[in-house]
Design a protein around this ligand. Structure first.
Ligand SMILES: *[C@@H]1O[C@H](CO)[C@@H](O)[C@H](O)[C@H]1NC(C)=O
Ligand SMILES: *[C@@H]1O[C@H](CO)[C@@H](O)[C@H](O)[C@H]1NC(C)=O
Ligand SMILES: *[C@@H]1O[C@H](CO)[C@@H](O)[C@H](O)[C@H]1NC(C)=O
Ligand SMILES: *[C@@H]1O[C@H](CO)[C@@H](O)[C@H](O)[C@H]1NC(C)=O
Ligand SMILES: *[C@@H]1O[C@H](CO)[C@@H](O)[C@H](O)[C@H]1NC(C)=O
Ligand SMILES: *[C@@H]1O[C@H](CO)[C@@H](O)[C@H](O)[C@H]1NC(C)=O
Ligand SMILES: *[C@@H]1O[C@H](CO)[C@@H](O)[C@H](O)[C@H]1NC(C)=O
Length: 743
């Protein structure tokens, strides 16, 4: 017995693994043209042509290389991922000759200030818009910039003010050019291939650059350096000790309303020259250059999406933080949005997001501009809830919610009904059904509470994985039901598998399947719209594969069940009672299985399409499924009926009399009699029913509703003559009869 259960379980695991998400990819690899005949065992990425690049078939875990495009030097790399999919093409090691030469110069940079200035001017010339061709150029330019920033020129500051000024301006110009939106595709590539923090690192490096520059300016008495370009506005100033008032930058807002106001009183710490300083920078393009939150999840925030330029304040020398007075920041909104939340960037935060809202507060907000107070000098931004049409957050549509909630009510009703009956059941049926219902309800609750959790990608993926597991588990519990029935029929009264085995099948097996799928393809769970597998996504096979397998096994087992049932019915030794109890159970599984398949498909379809009609169709189907489960597993189950009849029957003598037959007899009699008689008798029948309900209410209310429902349904499903009939063994005819009749 146990071996048989374990066998079914093992088969389940093995085949589910075999079908799960690797399948589509292995198919792809078998389709690859030869070229790897000697390494048949190692999977490969298939040959592929991208633009002018023809990538050869490549083993997983290896890089394919091709020559860099045009005049650039080096190799393009492309990595074949462990799951036999190509990564994106990596041009970060391609370099134009100009930048390659500058990089060599940077390596040989001597201590003199003038050579650093020369290199900075050359870099400025080389990084003008559209001069950088490949992402490798961008990587090289950034690394030269970092070398220049770290060069001793500013920290030793043993030079003329003209050189310091020109050098600072050159560095700011290079920065502004690198941050041009012209280069956004190159930044995007760098973010994807080599460093998801590339732009953020640049911002951090510049912070130290501003600090050192002001320090040097203070030494050699430069009052201010300002640069205003399309991409950024920067102002570096030194402040004498006796200064007071406020520093406002930019003094007039021209292109937009971005403005920073710093009270000079905040600069209490002075350097050795009795001076302090300020750097105020407005980065106008960084927001659009930052990587997507998919690539860098720390950029995401539950407070909203970035909807302003990045403002930056550096105080020289470092001041006591949090500040006594706030820095006032005024932001233009980039697009129309609601719920502004002022935030500052805190790299050191160990939480999931670099955006901290603790030290900022909203002062005022209008439709296109918001003012904030912040008590910490760093990078600042405004987070808002953006609700434009292109990023509609699906799918918690009210129709969908109604569909799920109503269906859940019926599941709960069935669950409660079975809870009371539990002890009167002769075998584990009620328990298995309750586990099945429980899993369904938990999946519904998870769906409602988690499907929209798209703000935090980690949580979103987790919801996706959990939903995958729960839905799969529902189908495995269907299988558990079928297995239980098969065991009951083959071994009529002897021991069957223990509850432990069913839990293993229903809860542990899908866990293994999902663990496999999630381990391989966790990125496919969840996206910015909903936390679920998209039906357009190949990874959905991770759900469909095992599910189809479970359904097939289910069908096979159910065929055995029906066959066994028929054989026993024909031979009919002992166990007749048992068989009658099994009948509703078998019927329930046969009808529920296709129902589950249909609603699951409709649900995925509705979420994907996101239209009212699809939601409506799904909601109706889901509610019907709930009702069906309530009827099949609850109301029509012979053991449930027996239990509630025994429990409440003595209160309802009248009801017992009014068996379906009596009811219909009465009605037909009434129809024949005169209108007056009809009214009289219907009145009696009404009053008898009323008194009956009163009696019911006095009793246990929950159960009585169910028992009333039972009675009502009995009217629609007239009792079959349980007497022995010599039916033909025609399976077809039998099936119809079986599905349509009551016990
Ligand atoms: C493949 O290239 C990437 C850079 O594109 C590199 O990080 C990685 O180490 C390389 N892997 C192998 C196996 O050469
Ligand atoms: C791919 O496989 C290599 C070696 O087998 C392993 O070190 C690496 O972590 C794997 N990468 C992923 C993304 O699974
Ligand atoms: C800038 O670069 C171009 C070539 O790209 C060169 O002809 C020109 O002289 C350079 N200008 C300066 C100021 O270095
Ligand atoms: C400053 O630079 C000059 C040459 O430019 C050098 O002679 C002098 O030693 C330097 N002073 C210090 C303190 O490095
Ligand atoms: C600094 O730049 C100005 C013009 O931008 C130029 O006239 C001056 O010669 C430069 N100084 C040095 C030391 O290069
Ligand atoms: C600050 O001190 C300088 C001399 O150190 C003086 O010339 C200037 O007027 C003073 N400014 C104010 C606002 O007191
Ligand atoms: C800085 O100011 C203090 C008093 O405020 C004074 O004693 C000291 O000499 C000043 N230092 C310089 C370098 O001016």
């Amino acid at each position: 017995m146990r071996t048989k259960v374990m066998l079914v379980w093992l088969c389940g695991v093995l085949v589910a693994y075999w079908i799960s998400p690797v399948t589509p990819v292995t198919e792809a690899s078998t389709a690859t043209p030869v070229s790897t005949t000697d390494t048949l065992t190692t999977p490969t990425c298939a040959e592929e042509t991208v633009g002018s690049y023809e990538w050869p078939a490549t083993e997983i875990g290896a890089n394919a290389t091709l020559l860099c495009p045009g005049s650039t030097e080096g190799d393009v790399y492309r990595y074949c991922d462990n799951d036999t999919t190509w990564s994106i093409q990596d041009f970060t090691r391609c370099k134009s000759t100009v930048l390659a030469n500058l990089e060599l110069e940077a390596l040989d940079l001597d201590d003199s200030a003038s050579s650093a200035l020369l290199l900075a001017v050359d870099l400025q010339n080389a990084s003008k818009p559209s001069k950088l061709i490949v992402s490798g150029d961008l990587v090289a330019a950034t690394s030269i910039l970092y070398t220049l920033i770290e060069h001793s020129l500013l920290s030793s500051c043993n030079t003329t003010s003209s050189i310091v000024k020109n050098f600072t301006e050159a560095i700011l110009m290079v920065t502004s050019q690198l941050l041009d939106e012209d280069y956004s595709s190159l930044w995007n590539e760098v973010h994807q291939v080599s460093d998801a923090n590339a732009v953020l690192n640049l911002l951090q490096k510049l912070t130290t650059f501003y600090d050192e520059t002001i320090s040097c300016m203070s030494n050699i008495d430069i009052h201010e350096v300002q640069l205003s370009t399309v991409n950024m506005d920067a102002s570096l100033i030194t402040v004498p000790a006796n200064a007071s008032g406020k520093y406002v930058y930019p003094t007039v807002t021209t292109t937009n309303n971005d403005q920073v106001t710093v009270p000079i009183d905040l600069l209490t710490e002075l350097d050795s020259n009795n001076k302090s300083g300020l750097a105020v920078v407005i980065y106008r393009t960084v927001t659009s250059l930052l990587p997507s939150t998919d690539l860098n999840s720390r950029l995401a925030s539950s407070e909203g999406q970035l909807n302003s330029d990045i403002l930056s304040v550096v105080m020289y020398p470092s001041q006591v933080q949090p500040l006594e007075q706030p820095i006032l920041l005024q932001y233009s909104h980039l697009q129309s949005a609601t719920n502004p939340v002022c935030a500052l960037m805190n790299y050191a935060l160990t939480t999931s997001s670099i955006w901290s809202t603790d030290e900022c507060e909203t002062v005022s907000t209008a439709s296109d501009v918001t003012s904030c107070n912040c008590f910490h000098a760093t990078h600042f931004a405004l987070l808002m809830t953006i609700e434009d049409g292109s990023t509609v957050k699906v799918p918690l549509n009210s129709i969908l919610v109604a569909g799920v909630v109503v269906a859940m009510f019926f599941l709960l009703a069935t669950f409660v009904m079975l809870l009371f009956v539990n002890r009167s059941f002769e075998f584990d049926w009620a328990l298995v059904v309750k586990c099945f219902l429980f899993t369904m309800m938990v999946s519904d609750i998870t769906f409602l509470s988690g499907i929209n959790a798209t703000v935090d990608m980690m949580i979103c993926r987790m919801v996706g994985v959990i939903l995958h597991y729960l839905y799969l588990s529902v189908f495995f519990w269907m299988l558990a039901q079928a297995v239980l029935l098969e065991l009951k029929i083959v071994h009529i009264s002897s021991a069957s598998a223990s509850v432990f085995h069913y839990c293993l099948l229903g809860w542990v097996t899908p866990l293994l399947v999902v663990a496999g799928a999630a381990g391989l393809k966790h990125k496919n769970y969840g996206n910015s719209y909903y936390c679920w597998l998209s039906i357009n996504d190949p990874a959905v096979y991770g759900f469909i594969g095992p599910t189809v397998f479970v359904i097939i096994v289910n069908v096979v087992v159910l065929c055995f069940v029906i066959h066994g049932f028929l054989t026993i019915k024909k031979n009919r030794h002992k166990g007749m009672v048992d068989m009658n109890k099994l009948k509703p159970a078998i019927r329930a599984t046969i009808i529920t299985l296709p129902c589950l398949m249909i609603t699951w498909f409709l649900k995925s379809f509705a979420i994907e399409k996101n239209t009212e009609p699809t939601y409506t169709v799904y909601a109706i189907c889901n509610i019907l499924q709930g009702i069906l489960i309530f009827i099949l597993y609850g109301v029509l189950d012979v053991q449930v009926q027996i239990f509630y009849r025994n429990k409440f029957g003595h209160n309802h003598k009248a009801v017992q009399d009014s068996s379906p037959k009596a009811w219909s007899d009465k009605t037909s009699e009434n129809n024949k009699t005169s209108p007056n008689n009809f009214r009289a008798s219907s009145l009696t029948s009404f009053s008898s029913r009323a008194s009956e309900s009163v009696a019911t209410i006095r009793n246990d209310s929950t159960a009585s509703i169910s028992s009333a429902a039972t009675r009502r349904f009995l009217v629609f499903f007239p009792e079959e003559d349980t007497g022995v009939t010599d039916e033909k063994d025609d399976l077809f005819a039998w099936t119809f009869k079986f599905l349509g009749t009551n016990i």
